[in-house]
Ligand binder design. Structure first.
Ligand code: PEP
Ligand code: MG
Length: 576
């Protein structure tokens, strides 16, 4: 019998194929009485196999030109796997305590990890991640288990998992991954954002999907309506095949907007830009006729790497995106790490509320060597196109001034070294903290532009976690509090000649677009898959009508009232 389960539609599109269930492999590392001789054999075998696996990784890194950095990391892994003192300590523990190899390896590796983490040197501290990695590899061999390598999937599947981290999503191959469904997450979680930028249909927040479905079962996934159907009937399959054909037709119809400017019905131009996570995503933005890149989430470069990316590596990536955009503006946001975006080579402090904690500009202002490397790379790359720098998560005037002061210092360093950069480089800030939105008027004096990050602005204003499906009812883009803040940002910007864009997901919300246009937003930056649909919608609007609508919605008391007004407005526009 088929079973329909509702979740949150996170990336539109319909997919229909078999399931690949990704389960976190749990290892039992508790202490057990064992025969020492057998356990030592198991342990030696794990070393031998781990060494073979790592050696293979080194040769494929070289063969696939993944760069010396990647190969060097695996070389370090090889040294760890072969480390005589660690090996000897594990064997001695097995012998003296007659315990299992898994427990002994866990105990010894934890000691080494703690030792490295205590060293007062960032590079050495980060080596603890390598020890974790190698010891996990050996533990998997000891337990005779295997982990799924998402980048190696070579048949068409829908991935079902508890959650997908941003770095897991970053390696998904669109050719084979037709969709994904997860227990947790919502429309603005990073897995959702990545899905949209890759154009992979996704339904998140399904709560128990990993329990409801088995590996290999057939699944229909509707990313727009937000549901999945397990073991669909023939009628359900046929019905969705028809929907797929309709979807293709709509895509065909939208193609006529591809190489057009984004103009309202009364010929006013708005810049419609695309959001990207790495330079390769520029292809999709260009294909959809994006007029700029409104948000390059530079943290994905850091997450896809095994160590802090060097100045040169970053420079090459930024340059690649600028060259690919052929002179059109590319706004690169400085490192916005923390929250749900972690790095396997950097240990974040244990925090009760990581989204309110040590992240983004806070971390960069504290770890200036990391910030400096990125700013140098950005400034150098600014010679290759129209690069704008944007600071994330600014909450106060002081934070903004500190960031700008440091940027000036880095510019001065480059001047001394006679390294060229664009002296008129535009600098802006994300508007995603309510405190900043309230004092937009004061912040506007120091920047060239604002870009409203509604994904965070909504969660912080409504005190509703953007990843938590149980409080999703509070996460309302059309809530009067959000509309008031957005309007305040736009009007404050205008007063100081500062243009305002929006790069949060609200920018592609067909209920928000006419309101934003009416408020006078200058730019909308959306995922590549939403560009043509948004341009088509804008082509039906007139400034006068949207201004009237914006004035009306600002008087509303609830999101539901706003929604009613906009739905009626959109209906009238479509029938005109
Ligand atoms: C936002 O918060 O709206 C935003 C664009 O940034 P991110 O989604 O990466 O937090
Ligand atoms: Mg944000």
């Amino acid at each position: 019998m088929s079973k329909l389960i509702k979740g949150i539609g996170a990336s539109e599109g319909i997919a229909f194929t078999k399931v690949l269930l990704i389960e976190e492999v749990e290892l039992d590392l508790t202490k057990k009485k064992s025969v020492a001789e057998d356990e030592i054999k198991l342990f030696n075998n794990a070393i031998e196999k781990a060494v073979k696996q790592i050696t293979k990784l080194i040769s494929s890194a070289i063969k696939n030109n993944l760069g010396e950095e990647k190969a060097a990391i695996f070389e370090a892994h090889l040294q760890i796997a072969n480390d005589p003192s660690m090996t000897q300590e594990v064997i001695t523990l097995i012998k003296t305590e007659n315990c299992n190899a898994g427990y002994a390896l866990d105990k010894v590796s934890k000691k080494y990890i703690a030792m490295f983490e205590a060293i007062d040197d960032a590079y050495m501290r980060e080596r603890s991640a390598d020890i974790k990695d190698v010891s996990r590899r050996m533990q998997m061999i000891i337990a005779n288990k295997a982990e799924v390598d998402l980048s190696a999937i070579s048949e068409k599947v829908i991935i079902v998992a508890e959650d997908l981290t941003p770095s897991q999503t970053a390696v998904l191959n669109k050719k084979y991954i037709l969709g994904f469904a997860t227990n947790i997450g919502g429309r603005t979680s990073h897995a959702a954002i990545m899905a949209r930028s890759l154009g992979i249909p996704a339904v998140l927040g399904l709560k128990t999907i990993t329990k409801d479905v088995r590996n290999g079962e057939i699944l229909i996934l509707n990313g727009q309506k937000g549901y999945v159907i397990i073991n669909p009937t023939t009628e359900e399959i046929n019905e969705h095949k028809t929907l797929l054909v309709e979807e293709e037709k709509t895509k065909e119809l939208l193609k006529k907007f591809k190489n057009k400017k984004t103009l309202t019905k009364d010929n006013v131009h708005f810049e419609l830009a695309g959001n990207i996570g790495n330079p390769k995503d520029v292809v999709a933005v260009n294909e959809a006729g994006g007029e700029a890149v409104g948000l390059f989430r530079s943290e994905f470069l850091y997450m896809e790497s095994d160590q802090w990316p060097t100045e040169d590596t970053q420079y090459e990536s930024y340059k690649e995106s600028l060259v690919a955009m052929k002179g059109k503006r590319v706004i690169i946001r400085t490192l916005d790490i923390g929250g749900d975006k972690t790095l396997n080579y950097f240990k974040f402090p244990e925090e009760m509320n990581p989204f309110l904690g040590y992240r983004a500009i806070r971390l960069c202002l504290d770890r200036k060597e990391i910030f400096r490397t990125q700013l140098r790379a950005l400034l150098r790359a600014s010679m290759h196109g129209q690069l704008s720098i944007m600071f994330p998560l600014i909450a106060t005037v002081k934070e903004l001034k500190d960031a700008l002061k440091f940027l000036d210092k880095v510019k001065a360093e480059l001047d001394t070294e006679k390294i060229a950069y664009n002296k008129n480089i535009e600098v802006g800030m994300m508007m995603e903290v309510p405190a900043a939105a309230v004092i937009a008027d004061k912040l506007a004096k120091y920047v060239d532009f604002f870009s409203i990050g509604t994904n965070d602005l909504i969660q912080y204003t409504m005190a509703a976690d953007r990843m938590n499906e149980t409080v999703a009812y509070l996460y309302e883009p059309l809530n009067p509090s959000i509309l008031t803040l957005v309007n305040n940002i736009i009007q404050s910007g205008k007063k100081h000649n500062v243009w305002t864009g929006m790069c949060g997901e609200m920018a592609a919300d067909h209920l928000a677009v006419p309101v934003l246009i009416g408020m006078g937003i200058h730019e909308l930056s959306v995922s590549a898959s939403s560009i043509l649909r948004t341009r088509a919608q804008i082509s039906q609007l007139t400034i006068k009508d949207t201004q009237e609508l914006a004035a009306q919605v600002l008087e509303c008391e609830t999101a539901q009232e706003v929604e009613k007004l906009v739905l009626a407005f959109n209906k009238k526009v479509e029938t005109c």
